[in-house]
Ligand binder design. Structure first.
Ligand code: NKO
Length: 210
């Protein structure tokens, strides 16, 4: 049937809503693509000084990853959509965030949206990935490093818990792996700065990266 394809297109369009840009625009703050790391993401919005705008960006960018996965889980069955389509729409929303059709295909790094997708797959998995991010961020004070470590561990947690908490679905596993790899690739400048000791720390008053 054509339903999974329609759902994927809808998820991609939803993912294309770059909330870092939208939230800052609505709140009358400057465009995050013009300062700091230039990344339209919650971390860079935080560099504007507005915690409220950063939290709102994180929340909305996560919701757009979670909603399509959740919707397929709850309403998909009568249309023949299950795990495979959940994986598909999750990746579609993630790709929308990275390459948004509404913003000249210049999007973010996918951390918050991937978190939303992971929460949609399993609240426990989301909790584990989120806790990983928080622990790394707490000890090292680098948002990017925390994101990279959490992204590597998310598929690992999913596989470890399979057979214990659930049976790993190959398509969900693939979706997590693809998202983790694209997320890491989008952090290549961050990785270089981390290695050079030039990455900006969370809460630092410096202008940020670059
Ligand atoms: O501006 O380049 P920057 O320093 O801003 O930003 C680097 C940063 C970009 O990401 C963000 C979003 C911040 C979200 C914080 C809470 C995240 C909890 C993450 C769990 C990640 C799960 C990934 C699963 C992958 C399959 O990195």
């Amino acid at each position: 049937t054509v339903y999974p394809l329609l759902a994927a297109v809808a998820a991609y369009l939803l993912g294309s809503l770059s909330f870092a840009v939208i939230v800052t625009r609505v709140m009358g703050l400057s465009d995050p693509r013009t300062y700091g790391s230039k990344n339209p993401g919650a971390t860079n919005v935080l560099r504007s000084g507005s915690k409220a705008a950063a939290v709102l960006t994180l929340l909305l960018d996560a919701v757009k990853g979670w909603l399509p996965v959740f919707a397929v889980r709850v309403w998909g069955a009568p249309y023949g959509m299950e795990e495979g389509t959940m994986a598909l729409v999750g990746v579609a929303a993630f790709l929308g965030h990275l390459w948004p059709v509404f913003f000249r295909f210049e999007g973010g790094k996918g951390v918050a949206t991937a978190l939303g997708v992971v929460v949609g797959v399993s609240g426990w998995l989301g909790l584990a990935a989120g806790a990983t991010w928080i622990i790394v961020a707490f000890f090292f004070r680098y948002s990017s490093l925390a994101s990279l470590v959490a992204a590597v561990f998310a598929p690992v947690y999913y596989l470890i818990a399979s057979g214990v908490v659930w049976y790993a679905d190959a398509r969900i596993t693939l979706a997590l792996g693809v998202m983790a790899m694209l997320l890491a690739w989008r952090h290549k400048d961050n990785i270089r700065r981390l290695l050079e000791g030039k990455e900006s720390r969370l809460g630092s008053k410096s202008a940020g990266a670059r």
